[in-house]
Design a protein around this ligand. Structure first.
Ligand code: HEM
Length: 152
């Protein structure tokens, strides 16, 4: 899976992100190939030999990672097929752990199954050369705030 990924996908801001968001996005990874999975589909992958989980609305197939997990296989299998965001954050995983996630990324949780009110806004910008980048809501708030205070 890792072969098709490139450097652009890794968000190096992880350490500075106090929310601990995992910021590699589907928009960053591939053109229009974003795969969306419903909760129903994800729930089916809840076994030790087929383990998917959701962290921050992103879907990971962590089957091959189970044995490598420093926190043990069992805690991951307990979360299999479900949203593990809270437990993942409760542990206070390191930046390294967050960057590891990208290797197992397979897609996004379907919009209809996301918890309302905590969706993270992201905007895609397209520049003249066709390259695209993702701006999160947090990145927008700061420039707006600066503009507000600098004109008064
Ligand atoms: C695929 C997602 C996950 C990855 C890539 C991951 C990765 C890691 C890594 C690299 C560590 C070593 C400490 C660190 O660098 O933070 C760690 C520790 C740990 N993880 Fe995870 N983890 C994941 C999901 C989870 C989940 C969902 C739970 C809880 C249900 C969990 C529970 C723990 C615990 C308890 C430790 C601490 C082990 C210790 O310090 O003895 N992890 N994890």
């Amino acid at each position: 899976m890792g072969e098709e990924m490139n450097d652009n996908m890794i968000n190096t801001n992880g350490a500075a992100n106090s929310m601990g968001d995992v910021n590699h996005t589907a928009e960053e990874t591939a053109d229009s190939d974003v795969k969306y999975y419903t909760l129903e589909e994800i729930k089916a992958h809840n076994m030790g030999n087929d383990t998917w989980l959701i962290i921050h609305d992103k879907v990971y197939n962590i089957t091959s990672f189970l044995e490598e997990h420093p926190g043990g296989e069992e805690v991951l299998v307990e979360q299999a097929g479900a949203d593990a965001t809270e437990s993942f954050e409760d542990v206070g995983h390191s930046t390294d752990a967050r960057e590891m996630l990208i290797q197992y990324y397979i897609g996004e949780l379907h919009m209809d199954d996301r918890k309302k009110g905590c969706a993270k806004e992201e905007f895609i910008t397209t520049s003249g050369d066709g390259s695209r980048s993702v701006i999160s809501d947090k990145n927008l708030i700061i420039p707006f705030a600066l503009t507000k205070y600098s004109v008064s």
